[in-house]
Ligand binder design. Structure first.
Ligand SMILES: [Fe+2]
Ligand SMILES: [Fe+2]
Length: 238
């Protein structure tokens, strides 16, 4: 299988899992399982393999600045509505409009809205690389996921930087639904941009042998995300 095929196949499986399992979330256990799915399969598998193998292969290539018409369109969209700013707004809106029974420390709020860029992105940030567009989508998703995780911990009775537990159930449910409405949309839009611009550009920059080596490395080091794998994950809820 070629890199593009792997990535697209996984986008399809992940999108299907969003559509199938997100509407079923209704209590602490099902939300925990959904957050675990996003963390394990989207963040630590799918996005991790893109960052580890594809981003790193094009990072130092100056030609990544020469995107075609579709990439330019996406760049324009990115300038108007960057995913990180969107994630920050979602978090701030929830924190300011929902009445939480317990106080969340100011430092905790600052931590929640601060984008966490991994060390690998230091060069991209200093050179204002276009890689920051797909990477920013990944970071925005992780911010929302971390926030969801914090709310789950709250509901469960323990979260650092939060003075004890208990938020009202209505707030909890509505907050999680809002977070994952935006999380899902950020991911699905991101998948389209990768398929129509990013992967095509990367394939044109990377030598054919290296491109096929990337596919081998991905398959060697990570489980392929398939419908079966995700169905098994969610079957744990029953
Ligand atoms: Fe991605
Ligand atoms: Fe992707």
């Amino acid at each position: 299988m070629d890199v593009e095929q792997i990535i697209i196949l996984e986008h399809i499986a992940l999108t299907k899992a969003f559509d199938q399992f997100l509407p079923l979330c209704h209590d602490l256990t099902s939300w925990q399982l959904f957050v675990a799915f996003c963390d394990k399969y989207l963040e630590k598998n799918h996005h991790a393999k893109e960052e580890k193998f594809i981003f790193s292969a094009v990072r130092s290539d100056s030609r990544i600045r020469m995107g075609g018409p579709l990439c330019t369109l996406y760049f324009d969209q990115y300038l108007q509505s960057p995913a990180i700013a969107r994630a920050q707004k979602v978090i701030q809106d929830i924190l300011s409009t929902h009445l939480f029974k317990q106080k969340i420390d100011k430092e905790k709020i600052d931590e929640l809205i601060k984008p966490q860029w991994g060390e690998d992105f230091a060069l991209d940030i200093s050179t204002n690389s276009p890689l920051l567009i797909p990477a920013g989508d990944h970071v925005a998703g992780r911010m929302l996921l971390h926030f969801a995780d914090t709310l789950l911990a709250l509901e469960n009775g323990a979260a650092d930087g939060v003075q004890t537990a208990l938020i009202s159930s209505n707030n909890f449910e509505l907050s999680l639904k809002t977070i994952f409405f935006h999380y899902r949309e950020i991911q699905v839009d991101h998948f389209v941009r990768e398929e129509k611009c990013f992967l095509k550009m990367c394939q044109s920059l990377i030598l054919a042998d290296d491109w096929s080596n990337i596919a081998h490395s991905i398959i060697d080091q990570y489980p392929l995300i398939t419908d079966d794998l995700l169905t098994k994950h969610f079957a744990k809820a029953q």
